[in-house]
Design a protein around this ligand. Structure first.
Ligand code: ATP
Ligand code: MG
Ligand code: FE
Length: 338
C-alpha cells in the first residue's frame, strides 16, 4: 500500500511517499528559509507564493525519485491544519486535484498528528505513549492510548518553545530560524545566568516561556545600560538550560505518572542537542522507551503526513471533495472525527 502526502502548512513545500504505513519511500522538502530570512520570520504571502511555485516541481521530484506514478498510490493525504491558511490551501488544492483526477481517496491530516507519527517511520508504537511536541507553534504533552486518538495533558499558556528560541535569537541578532543558532552557541557557553523556570502549579504539565523570554531581554538590556559585557554564548547556554530543564523534567514526570511504554519527542525543537541529551539522561531511570526522531523527521516534512495519513486511511477516514484548509484545527477533535 502506497500513500502520497503533501505538506504546505508553513514554509516548507513537501511531498513524500510511504509504503505499508511505516516504510519511507521518498521524502522531498523544498525549504523557503532563505526567502524569509531577511524579514526575520515567515511572511505568509511570500510563503503562499513559494508553495504555488514549488508544488508541481516537488511532486514531480518525489515521483521521479520513487519510480512510481500516481496510479500506484492507494490514497492522497494532505495537511488540512493547523498552519497558515494561504499556505495550507495550496497543498489542499493540489491534493484534491490529484486525487480527483485519478479518482483516489483523499485523507486530511492534522499537522501535529504528523509530527508525532514521524517517529513511527523509525519504530513501531506501543501504547500508552506520551508525545512531547515542541515546535515553532506548539509545546504540548500528548497522551495516546490507541492509534489516531490524542489527549492533551499539558500545553503552553503563551509562547511555544520554538517561538521562544526564535525571539531570543532575534534579540541576540542571530539569523532566522534562531533555534539551531542558539543550540550551537549554547554548546560553547557556560550557564552563568540564573534565568527563571516556569514550573507553574504543583502537578501541572502546562508550560510558559514568555516570562523567560522577557527575563533574557531585560538582562541583556540591563547589561547594556551598565556597560557590562555578557557573552552571547553564556546567554544562549543559560536560556537553553532553563527551557531544557522544564521540558525534560515535565516529560519525565508525566511518563512516570501515566506509566507509558514510550516517550516520543516531536517537532522542530526535538532537533535541539541540549534537549536530546537531557532526555536521554533522565529516561535512563525509567522503563519508558525514549524515541527521538532523526533530524530530517523533526522539522516539517511530508513523510510524517503520509505516516499519519496511512493510519487514518486504514481506519476508514476519508475527506470529501469539499475538504478545506483549517488553520485552527483542534487535535483532540480531529482524533474524534467520524
Ligand atoms: P508547528 O509545527 O507548531 O506548526 P512549525 O512547523 O513552524 O510549527 P517546526 O518546523 O516543527 O515548527 O519547527 C521549527 C522550530 O524549531 C523553529 O522555531 C526553530 O527555531 C526550531 N528549531 C529547529 N532546530 C532547533 C534546534 N536545534 N534547537 C532549538 N530549536 C530548534
Ligand atoms: Mg517550518
Ligand atoms: Fe511543524
Amino acid at each position: 500500500q502506497y500513500i502520497l502526502a503533501i505538506e504546505t502548512s508553513c514554509d516548507e513545500t513537501a511531498v513524500a511517499i510511504v509504503k505499508n504505513e511505516r516504510e519511507l519511500v521518498t521524502n522531498v522538502v523544498a525549504s523557503q528559509i532563505e526567502s524569509h530570512k531577511r524579514f526575520g520570520g515567515v511572511v505568509p504571502e511570500i510563503a503562499s507564493r513559494h508553495h504555488i511555485e514549488q508544488m508541481t516541481v516537488t511532486l514531480e521530484e518525489a515521483l521521479d525519485e520513487s519510480g512510481l506514478t500516481i496510479d500506484d498510490m492507494d490514497a492522497v493525504a494532505v495537511t488540512e491544519g493547523p498552519g497558515l491558511v494561504g499556505a495550507l490551501l495550496v497543498g489542499v488544492n493540489a491534493a484534491k486535484s490529484i486525487a480527483f483526477s485519478k479518482q483516489k481517496p483523499l485523507v486530511g491530516v492534522h499537522h501535529i498528528a504528523g509530527h508525532i507519527y514521524a517517529n513511527r517511520l523509525e519504530k513501531e508504537f506501543e501504547f500508552p505513549l506520551l508525545a512531547l511536541v515542541v515546535s515553532g507553534g506548539h509545546t504540548e504533552l500528548i497522551l495516546m492510548r490507541e492509534h489516531g486518538k490524542f489527549e492533551i495533558i499539558g500545553e503552553t499558556r503563551d509562547d511555544a518553545a520554538g517561538e521562544a528560541y526564535d525571539k531570543v535569537a532575534r534579540t541576540l541578532k542571530l539569523p532566522y530560524p534562531g533555534g539551531p543558532q542558539i543550540d550551537r552557541l549554547a554548546t560553547e557557553g557556560k550557564e552563568t545566568i540564573d534565568f527563571p523556570r516556569a514550573w507553574l502549579e504543583d502537578g501541572s504539565y502546562d508550560f510558559s516561556f514568555s516570562g523567560l523570554k522577557s527575563a533574557v531581554i531585560n538582562r541583556l538590556h540591563n547589561a547594556k545600560q551598565k556597560g557590562e559585557v555578557l557573552k552571547d554564548e553564556d546567554v544562549a547556554a543559560s536560556f537553553q538550560a532553563s527551557v531544557v530543564d522544564v521540558l525534560s523534567t515535565k516529560a519525565y514526570r508525566a511518563a512516570a505518572e501515566y506509566e507509558v511504554k514510550q516517550m516520543i519527542v516531536a517537532g522542530g525543537v526535538a532537533a535541539n542537542r541540549g534537549l536530546r541529551s537531557a532526555l536521554v539522561e533522565k529516561f535512563e531511570h525509567l522503563d519508558t522507551e525514549l524515541l527521538i526522531p532523526p533530524l530530517h523527521l523533526c522539522t516539517d516534512n511530508a513523510a510524517m503526513i503520509a505516516a499519519a495519513g496511512a493510519v487514518a486511511f486504514n481506519q476508514g477516514h476519508r475527506a470529501g471533495w469539499d475538504l478545506n484548509a483549517n488553520p485552527g484545527l483542534d487535535l483532540e477533535k480531529y482524533g474524534q472525527r467520524s
